[in-house]
Design a protein around this ligand. Structure first.
Ligand SMILES: Nc1ncnc2c1ncn2[C@@H]1O[C@H](COP(=O)(O)OP(=O)(O)OP(=O)(O)O)[C@@H](O)[C@H]1O
Length: 235
């Protein structure tokens, strides 16, 4: 579904990624791990072309997307939830989700679409009249995810969706994300915390360090490796 070939990318004149080769199979969960500064976020940003691509090619369903504009890439079915958990803080949960339906088909039943998000995230339904600025970190992440899901992405890119959240909400979020996968969405997930909860569920794990891919393993192979923690932490 997604194929990255010989990618060199960065910011302005700064090259962060060197010769990245990566594939994501349709229907899979692919995890990216690596220490701080490895280039994980830069790689996600490159897929959406929000930074500089110096060399190489990114293909989505066989079509080159690396020269396209970010909004054209999103319109092809790639959803991105960045680390910042972007929501409109001054609007209620309900208003945020309404905004998320703005780009949908004019004949779409937007009420039904929002109900489906409330089913996936009951916490959001309970807080629909609450301003997004008053949500907890985990609830805000659910709202950011819900808003992107309204665009019905085929491929969903999640940059550290559970980092810094309380264990109870982490469990809820992982369950919701796995349901999203079961419903047919392909996932590309940057994992920084809770590796034992997520990596065994991952079809493929790529380990990044210093702007390159160091290793590629299946999730079970990765967590079963004797040097698993060293690989995860980049030591
Ligand atoms: N907007 C930017 N301008 C210049 N350099 C940047 C920018 N964003 C990131 N970098 C640099 O690119 C390198 C890789 O950063 P990146 O955020 O991709 O790493 P990461 O693996 O996602 O790290 P973390 O786990 O800490 O989020 C770092 O050295 C960082 O300082």
């Amino acid at each position: 579904m997604l194929e990255i070939k010989g990618l060199m990318a960065g910011y302005g004149k700064l090259t962060v990624l060197h010769d990245i080769n990566l594939t994501v199979q349709k229907g899979s969960l692919t995890a990216i791990v690596g220490p701080n500064g490895a280039g994980k976020t830069t790689l996600m940003n490159s897929i959406l072309h929000v930074n500089q691509i110096m060399k190489g090619e990114i293909l989505y369903n066989g079509k080159t997307i690396s020269a396209m504009e970010p909004h054209e890439i999103a319109a092809m079915g790639i959803g991105y939830v960045p680390q910042a958990r972007n929501v409109f803080p001054g609007m209620t949960v309900e208003e945020n989700l309404d905004m998320g339906t703005y780009l949908s088909d004019p004949h779409a039943d937007t009420k039904k679409m929002i109900e489906a998000i409330y089913t996936a995230f009951p916490r959001l339904k309970e807080r629909k009249k609450q301003k997004a600025s008053t949500l907890s970190g985990g609830e805000r992440q659910m709202l950011a995810l819900g808003s992107v899901l309204l665009l019905k992405p085929e491929l969903l890119i999640l940059d550290e969706p559970i980092t810094g959240l309380a264990p109870q909400i982490v469990t809820e979020l992982i369950e919701s994300i796995m349901q999203i996968k079961e419903q047919g969405t392909t996932l590309l997930w940057v994992v920084e915390e809770n590796p034992m909860q997520i990596l065994p569920l991952s079809d493929i794990v790529y380990v990044m360090d210093g702007g390159t891919i160091k290793t590629k393993k299946t999730g079970m192979e990765f967590v079963g490796a004797p040097d698993f923690m060293e690989m995860f932490l980049g030591n």
